[in-house]
Structure formats: structure tokens, C-alpha cells
Design a protein around this ligand. Structure first.
Ligand code: AMP
Length: 202
């Protein structure tokens, strides 16, 4: 199964991706995590991405496309993967399409998390507090000021993907404001429906 999780920062994509990993045994490919690892490791990519990420802006399409293209060729992606936080622009969406077409594979679904923006900043602040309480590092971009910029970037550059995937009949929406277990159940139900449609079409 190959999925894209689409939604603004704080929508719950990472939490649900983790549950999908456990349930379906396919890896979560979070470009945010990969970029943070590159920053941590001090690689060339990390050096170029750091200031952009700290400001809440998007890293260049060329950088993230290259990271993902390399990652999906790893053996653990053979049975599928969950793209979390990628694609985030129309250029990236076209890149995914080419990447998959070149490998003779396709997407099963794009899961859109429908959320109330006003509640998101509260979630981000809580995520930072929880990380701090657990003695984990707090993300530099998890604060209300940078969050505003991340949300602006989402509406300017990422939200157009909703129409893009709707037109491709891949878009499925879940209520991202529901409780974590309810969202998981919604996702499982829609994936079961997608699987049934695929089987029927064959
Ligand atoms: P995330 O962990 O998904 O919230 O991503 C954290 C930051 O990493 C974003 O605010 C961007 O600066 C960068 N980033 C992650 N994924 C992408 C992407 N697909 N395209 C561009 N920048 C990204």
C-alpha cells in the first residue's frame, strides 16, 4: 500500500502514520524527520535546509525530491510506504507521479486531514510542552510565531494538492479534529474501501 498523508502542521499526520506503520508493516517516510536528521548530522543538505526550516518555510523541491527518490528504493519500501509531509507543492506532486511511474507503481490513496486551524496552534504548543516534559529536544519551529508561517506556507503551496488529488480520484478525507482512535478507525475504513474497489476493478 502506498499512501500520502496530507494536512497542515499539527493535523495529526505523524501520529496516524505511526499507527499505520504498526498495523500495516510499511515504513513512514517523513521528509521533516529526514531533514531534521540531516541537520543533526551536519550534512550538506542539512546545512542548506536548517535556516529555511527554522523560519517555517519550505525547503527546495529539488532537495526533498532527491531525498524521497533515494528513500523509496530502499528494500523496506518494497511493499509500500506512507508519505508524511511530502509532497507539499505541486512540483513535488508531479515528481512523485514520475518517480512512481518510472518504477511501475502507483498510489492507493491520499488521506486529507480536515482540521480547524484555530485549534492547531494549541496542539503545536502542547507538542512542544510534552517533548520538554519528556526530556526530548523541542523542535525550533514548534512555537506560535513560526507556526503562523508554516500555516501560511501550507495554504499557499500545499493546499492546492487537495484539488490535484481530487481530480485524480485519489483524495479521501478524514476528520482530523476527532479523537486519535476515531481518526485511526476512519483511516482503516477508507483503506478497506480502497482495497475493495481495487479488487473489484481487477
Ligand atoms: P514537518 O516535520 O513535516 O512539519 O516538517 C518540518 C519542516 O521541514 C517544514 O516546515 C519544512 O521546512 C521542511 N519540510 C518537510 N517536508 C518538506 C517538503 N515536502 N517540502 C519542503 N519542505 C519540507
Amino acid at each position: 500500500m502506498r499512501l500520502i498523508l496530507l494536512g497542515p502542521p499539527g493535523a495529526g499526520k505523524g501520529t496516524q502514520a505511526q499507527r499505520l506503520v504498526d498495523r500495516h508493516g510499511i515504513p513512514q517516510l517523513s521528509t521533516g524527520d529526514m531533514l531534521r536528521a540531516a541537520v543533526q548530522a551536519g550534512t550538506e543538505v542539512g546545512k542548506r535546509a536548517k535556516a529555511v526550516m527554522d523560519a517555517g518555510e519550505l525547503v527546495s523541491d529539488a532537495i526533498v525530491n532527491a531525498i524521497v527518490a533515494e528513500r523509496i528504493d530502499q528494500p523496506d519500501c518494497a511493499n509500500g510506504f506512507i508519505l508524511d509531509g511530502y509532497p507539499r507543492t505541486l512540483v513535488q506532486a508531479d515528481a512523485v507521479e514520475s518517480m512512481l511511474a518510472e518504477r511501475g507503481i502507483g498510489l492507493d490513496a491520499v488521506v486529507e486531514f480536515v482540521v480547524d486551524d484555530k485549534a492547531l496552534v494549541g496542539r503545536i504548543v502542547k507538542r512542544a510542552e510534552d517533548a520538554k516534559a519528556a526530556g526530548q529536544p523541542v523542535r525550533k519551529d514548534d512555537n506560535p510565531v513560526v507556526f503562523e508561517e508554516r500555516l501560511r506556507e501550507y495554504y499557499k503551496k500545499t493546499a492546492p494538492l487537495i484539488g490535484y488529488y481530487y481530480a485524480k480520484r485519489l483524495l479521501r478525507s478524514v476528520d482530523g479534529m476527532a479523537g486519535i482512535d476515531t481518526v485511526t478507525a476512519e483511516i482503516e475504513a477508507l483503506l478497506a474501501a480502497v482495497t475493495r474497489e481495487t479488487v473489484t476493478a481487477k
